[in-house]
Design a protein around this ligand. Structure first.
Ligand SMILES: Cc1ncc(COP(=O)(O)O)c(C=O)c1O
Length: 391
């Protein structure tokens, strides 16, 4: 598929804006939009589990979405749980886990993570009297060495490790295979936040060996929703907070209330779009654009890129600052040029603190996605050149 072919699939690009806001949420692909509308217009809308055709069609939509997501991340269909957002699922999941924690038990979080994979653990641990320790990042480039996890797990009191699969701020991806090996060696479970990873990097939960993986389809061209993939029968061993008449078997016992069935139709289409082009090919294209962006930024006087160097094993997202200008000012200027970015900490609270960026108002974030072109990158670089030189 050429870049023009890909871009023609995104109706949201029609307003002429240049979109580097993908790490906060991508535009939906046309097939996902159509699938949602088609379901809503069809005779199918009906609640689940009935004996009549419309209800059975809706059951089929839910089953189809589980199968599509399972294929995307290397899971089994019955390991896929849907919810309104990953954060929402994280609160439900950690609260259910914590019923089994004792004072003295430990949870390990990291300074790399989005707060969606930190606060739910902090609050659940507080309620259970468990402790939370943080794996620290390198304050210069924000990378995470997972080796110190050993010291935090060695006494056998660590119950869960919560780790980012890729940073939503700097794109850095830690050594997940090593982290899983260490956690499992000492009897801890490990949850990988795949929200910023799955859109860009091959993420097969079975190959990684993680116990749980989160992902949000609105980061990979689908609708706003969240997903937890929970492996190896673990779902059945954890008792969710649920209403009594709801299904007890399978992932649906974690899906409190009626799911957003129409969005699940859109999730299936988005997952299929993700799988149309081999991820490794797309990753190479995105990495090349990231290199163009990073090198171009480094050539602009006063602009500093923070984070790891460009490589294929990280997400194509970066942060930068502009000397003498706040990230808010940069963001506002770019918006005046119809270029969308984000600024601040983007909920990566510990990472912004550790990298010493909090006092300056965080950093400006730009992300490459499937509809980003080299022209987009050049337009961003041109705008920043004019901004910093005052022309
Ligand atoms: C890395 C990461 N994890 C988790 C989340 C939370 O996802 P959701 O908005 O689905 O709750 C986000 C959202 O931006 C994110 O970037």
């Amino acid at each position: 598929m050429t870049s023009a072919d890909v871009r023609s699939r995104f109706p949201g690009l029609s307003d002429g804006w240049i979109r580097f806001d993908g790490p906060a949420g991508t535009l939906p692909v046309d097939s996902s939009v159509d699938a949602i509308a088609d379901y809503m217009r069809s005779p199918a809308p009906a609640n689940l589990g009935g004996q009549f055709a419309a209800s059975k069609a809706s059951d089929g939509v839910v089953g189809g979405a589980r199968a599509a997501v399972a294929r995307l991340v290397g899971a089994q269909d019955d390991e896929v749980v849907f919810g309104p957002s990953t954060t929402n699922l994280m609160f439900a999941f950690t609260r259910a886990l914590a019923r089994d924690w004792q004072p003295g038990d430990r949870i390990v979080c990291t300074q790399l993570d989005h707060d969606s994979n930190v606060s739910p653990w902090l609050l659940a641990a507080r309620d259970a009297g468990a402790t939370v320790e943080f794996l620290e990042v390198d304050p210069v480039d924000g990378t995470l060495d997972v080796e110190p996890l050993k010291g935090l797990c060695a006494d056998g009191r660590t119950r869960w490790v919560a780790m980012s699969g890729a940073s939503n701020l700097t794109g850095h991806s830690p050594d997940l295979l090593r982290a899983v090996a260490i956690a499992h060696e000492y009897g801890a479970r490990i949850l990988i936040d795949g929200v910023a990873r799955v859109p860009h990097l091959p993420t097969n939960i079975a190959e990684i060996g993680a116990d749980v993986l989160s992902t949000s389809p609105y980061k990979w061209y689908g609708p706003h929703a969240g997903i937890l993939v929970v492996r190896d029968g673990l779902l059945r061993t954890i008792e969710p907070y649920r209403v009594r008449p709801a299904d007890y078997d399978g992932p649906s016992r974690w899906e409190t209330g009626t799911p957003q069935i129409e969005l699940l139709a859109g999730i299936t289409a988005a997952a299929e779009f993700m799988m149309e082009t081999p991820l490794v090919d797309e990753a190479a294209r995105e990495t090349a654009l990231l290199a163009l962006l990073q090198e171009g930024l480094q050539d602009i006087s006063g602009v500093s890129v923070r984070g790891p160097s460009v490589s294929e094993d990280r997400a194509p997202t970066l942060i930068f600052t502009v000397a003498g200008r706040s990230p808010l000012e940069v963001d506002q200027y770019l918006a005046s040029r119809k270029i969308a970015v984000w600024h601040g900490d983007n909920y990566a609270c510990e990472l912004i603190d550790a990298m010493g960026l909090r006092g300056d108002g965080g950093a400006v974030r730009a992300g490459i996605v499937r509809y980003t072109t080299a022209d987009d990158v050049r337009a961003l670089l041109q705008a920043l050149t004019e901004f910093t030189s005052g022309t």
